[in-house]
Design a protein around this ligand. Structure first.
Ligand SMILES: [Cu+2]
Length: 218
């Protein structure tokens, strides 16, 4: 068992160097690994760098340094969402992308059909904020993006939706968080949204939701 403990340690230290990054839509601010466990990844105040985003048939793209992660998104229709409370109504998180699990590290495109989530106030022209919630083995991590919803946009402009799995170590160089060897070929590519398909019932998802609930209660 001591062996197991030792094996986990470099993983934890390496973790701070990568975690996950929200690539599209643009996050509130530059990625700061140490701040990612905080609300909105350390950017609590609303920004002016809003992305005009399709009300229906959108997606978001993340890059994960962790394999075996769970990911989803919640939404706030509050003008300046600066707490987890603002992402829930009557204590229930406003989930806009169902939590899904992914066994590989890599870059992933996740469907984000906001109109389909039926969130009150998430309508054409509305300023909203999405918060990506990620759990990859070193606690919940967060990134936020401020959006203006558009019904005229029928798809995400100028972005490619594709998944690229990777066995690249978590973080670069020595001390990196190396995903143990897997059957996946480095750089192998698949299109489509696996995350959007599998969701909802795992123990990891339950834990994630529970933790998010605690955070919302603070
Ligand atoms: Cu990490």
């Amino acid at each position: 068992m001591r062996f197991t403990a030792l094996a986990v340690l470099p993983c934890l230290f390496g973790a701070a160097s990568a975690h996950f990054r929200l690539q599209y839509p643009l996050p509130r601010g530059n990625f700061v690994a140490d701040k990612e466990p905080e609300f909105c990844g350390g950017y609590p105040e609303v920004t002016t760098n809003r992305t005009v985003f399709p009300l229906s048939n959108g997606f978001f793209t993340i890059k994960s340094g962790h394999p075996d992660f769970t990911l989803g998104a919640i939404i706030s229709t509050v003008t300046n969402p600066n707490s987890f409370d603002n992402f829930s109504v009557n204590g229930v998180n406003q989930i806009v992308a169902p939590y899904g699990k992914e066994p590989n590290a890599g870059t992933f495109c996740v469907p984000l059909n906001i109109s389909a989530a039926g969130i009150e106030g998430a309508k054409d022209g509305a300023n909203v904020t999405i918060q990506i919630v990620f759990a990859g083995g070193d606690g919940n991590l967060y990134q936020c993006a401020d959006l203006t919803l558009s019904a005229n946009l029928t798809s995400v402009p100028d972005q490619t939706c594709e998944n690229t799995t990777s066995t690249t170590p978590h973080g670069s160089g020595s001390g990196g968080h190396d995903a143990s060897p897997s059957a996946t070929a480095p750089g192998s590519t698949q299109t489509g949204g696996a995350l959007g398909v599998s969701h909802g019932t795992s123990a990891a998802t339950a834990v994630l939701l529970a933790v998010a609930g605690i955070a919302a209660a603070l």
